[in-house]
Design a protein around this ligand. Sequence first.
Ligand code: ZN
Length: 480
Amino acid sequence: MPVIVKGGTVVNSDQSFQADVYCEDGIIQAVGPDMDAPSGVEVLDADGCYVMPGGIDPHTHMELPFMGTVASEDFFSGTTAGAVGGTTMIIDFVIPGPEEDVLETYHKWMGWAEKSCMDYSFHVAITWWDDSVHEAMGTLCREHGVNSFKHFMAYKGTIMADDETLVNSFTRARELGALCTVHAESGELVHHYQKKIFDSGITGPEGHPQSRPPQIEGEAANRAIRFAQTLDVPLYLVHNSCSHSLNEIARARREGQRVFGEVLAGHLLVDDSVYLNNDFEFAAAHVMSPPFRPKANLEALWRGLQSGDLQTTATDHCCFCADQKAIGKDDFRKIPNGTGGIEDRMNVLWTHGVNTGRLTVNEFVSVTSANTAKIFNIYPRKGLIAEGSDADLAIFDSKATHTISSKTHHQNVDFNIFEGMELTGLNVATVSQGSIVYKDGDVRTEKGAGRYVERPCFAPYYSAIEKRSSATGPTSVDRS
Ligand SMILES: [Zn+2]
């Protein structure tokens, strides 16, 4: 049934205006004031609310097999929780194990994701290298709409991409017009430090942050950025958690390099004191990589978002319940890494970003959807309210209040890193593909309704990179 969203303030990344939004066949058909609502059209009353593009979470791990277990949130439960919080699209990760066939792994993940109720797409991780990986990257770009490849610089001995793999993969991505992304933590230093901390007798979750200090993230960020600079490829750094990596991004951008940075809602709002809690379950529930950081980093990350050095927000939604975290009861190195947040990202960013004056409502749209859509080359299909764009909408009531709790959240996990946080202003209704999937507590998501979103290579910034490199590339001298 067609839907008309009436009486709200439409907020895009560039402007806000009073308008109704008419959705049919999954597409926004019209945006304008005082539209008629013919019979047979469902009316969604948005009086006094902000009507924004549905959120895009570019960093999730639904039902990920990891560290001896599988993430508790599957593609249906996870995208449903996202929908409740106003997120209408995720970009998840295909992660082949060492020597695992890349295309087969991609198809395996595509099978799991069929149960999604929101639109989804995939980054593909390059975790090892040979000619078949080189071929697979081409096939993924040309035939499967993958335009971004992920590189784990951490997790030595399992999924870590070594320097040689980074060079090979970055070079291949450049040929294909794809975006390189990295998890920036030095796997070598983490490995060394983890052993040192554990051998010193620190076996609890407090060993986790102590074995991955921020300079380890700064080192890897700088290495990835310099690799990308030398190999002339655009780079996106996921989950920046500290000023060390942020400063490297800021410097590179000042030098004219195409470098993008993501920050997680959790890293903006949770600090490392959580690891000192006496309760193992509480401390272990916060184990994720990179870890939560000393408080000064939180404000630095906010400033990164405000200044534009960081462009996107995500969650790294990767849920493990208490019994799964208990795998690492006697050894922090075995605690499955991951925390949730897909349901809360937009809401906590509103309360702590918009309500505090750090972000305008338009900047809120930029960092929750529009910038992500541009960087991953699906704009203006996503990230914009305009005729012809996908009818994915988040309706925010700036006066609505809510207290976050794992008892009432929709995420399939027994813990919430934002437990007890009081929100003012939150998503009260969500439209996905032109249908109302959430309204005032009523969840109407449908298993399998989500579509795979293809993302073409050669995003607009690629032509700029190519012009720069032809102007500044290697030259030879004719001495004949
Ligand atoms: Zn991740």
